[in-house]
Design a protein. Structure first.
Length: 50
């Protein structure tokens, strides 16, 4: 295999893994109020304002 094929496969794998975690996070409620990612993002915003 040449290097461009390997790079393309790594990028595709990375996108698939990120997509899986986004899908799982949405179904588990991570992005809703009270969820893991939502609360983390709100705390990050509050610390920037201080």
């Amino acid at each position: 295999m040449d290097s461009t094929t390997i790079i393309i496969n790594v990028i595709i794998a990375f996108v698939v893994i990120i997509g899986f975690f986004i899908f799982y996070g949405r179904s588990a409620g991570w992005f809703k109020k009270g969820g893991l990612v939502y609360e983390w993002w709100q705390n990050k915003k509050k610390s920037k304002k201080k």
